[in-house]
Write a protein that binds this ligand. Structure first.
Ligand SMILES: Nc1ncnc2c1ncn2[C@@H]1O[C@H](COP(=O)(O)OP(=O)(O)OP(=O)(O)O)[C@@H](O)[C@H]1O
Ligand SMILES: [Mg+2]
Length: 272
């Protein structure tokens, strides 16, 4: 391909990304320092809760190597193309969802280096028919790798929500994630403490298996606010596995209430 053609193609793609993103009011990424702390669980329940409140919502799964959003919402169909754009799958009529898992055969691994991942993220942003949205939520892979770098370069976010568990090892990595977000010129909306406590099913006592001191220390050291805590509840994991987000399928539970509180705090942070 001629170099001038390639430049024209890059410009065209940038224009499409800008046009697409200009139709989206709030953009929020869910990030963590460490893996397995509950980012996808938080991102999915946040997106569903916002959709239930009547907002037009999109959920983009940017965890290219371990895309879990589709399973947690029970959406495994292959998206179709329309007028050259990918049509995300729909959940609850007003939640549009796109994940690599929908584009891959079951169990097929993705073995890509940074530049290819950057191209896919550009396609998720510019070649996808998100339409007009109040919120686009990005579920990120753990840590501060290629995907977060690409997203932060391509999109000015309202901010990031950083998920952690209250353990020393997780909290250490949160500080790294907060510094990374700041260095990239993006904002931290706050952090969510997942698996903060569990309620004994026999006596109702609140147990804090990971302690709590480190989270207070983190708030003091970084000045970042806690948006809320989510209890550890085996049902959260069981329901996630079968595509039932607890905000809608476990109404009245501590987990549901805590997600709604976090959503309320996020809405306040973004001025809604
Ligand atoms: N509050 C909770 N109570 C019980 N189980 C939970 C809770 N939050 C998350 N889980 C479970 O823990 C596991 C990890 O959660 P999740 O996939 O959301 O983490 P993640 O940070 O997105 O992981 P990864 O870094 O692999 O993307 C899942 O099986 C999930 O169902
Ligand atoms: Mg995840």
């Amino acid at each position: 391909m001629e170099q001038t053609d390639r430049f024209a193609q890059i410009k065209e793609r940038q224009k499409r990304i800008e046009e697409n993103l200009s139709q989206i009011n709030h953009k929020i990424a869910v990030l963590s320092g460490k893996g397995g702390v509950g980012k996808t669980t938080v991102a999915v329940n946040l997106a569903v809760a916002l959709a239930e409140e009547g907002f037009e919502v999109g959920l983009a799964d940017l965890d290219i190597h371990g895309p879990d959003v589709a399973r947690m919402l029970g959406l495994m169909d292959e998206p179709v193309m329309q007028d050259g754009l990918i049509l995300p799958l729909t959940y609850l009529t007003n939640l549009k969802v796109l994940s690599m898992a929908m584009l891959l055969e079951d169990g097929q691994p993705v073995v890509w280096r940074g530049p290819l991942k950057h191209t896919v993220i550009q396609q998720f942003l510019g070649d996808t028919n998100w339409g007009k949205l109040d919120f686009l939520i990005f579920d990120m892979p753990p840590g501060t790798g290629d995907e977060a770098l690409s997203l932060f370069q391509l999109v000015k976010l309202d901010g990031t929500v950083i998920v952690t568990t209250p353990q020393r090892v997780a909290v250490d990595d949160v500080e790294r994630a907060i510094n990374f977000v700041n260095e990239m010129g993006q904002k931290v909306l706050g952090f969510v403490t997942n698996m903060a406590y569990l309620i004994c099913p026999n006596c109702g006592t609140k147990i804090k298996p990971f302690g709590e001191g480190v989270v207070n220390e983190l708030m003091q050291r970084t000045g970042v606010n806690c948006l809320g805590e989510v209890p550890m509840d085996p049902v959260v994991a069981q329901y996630s596995d079968v595509g039932k987000p607890v905000v809608s399928f476990l109404r009245g539970s501590e987990a549901e209430k805590s997600f709604r509180k976090i959503v309320g705090n996020i809405l306040r942070e973004v001025g809604e």
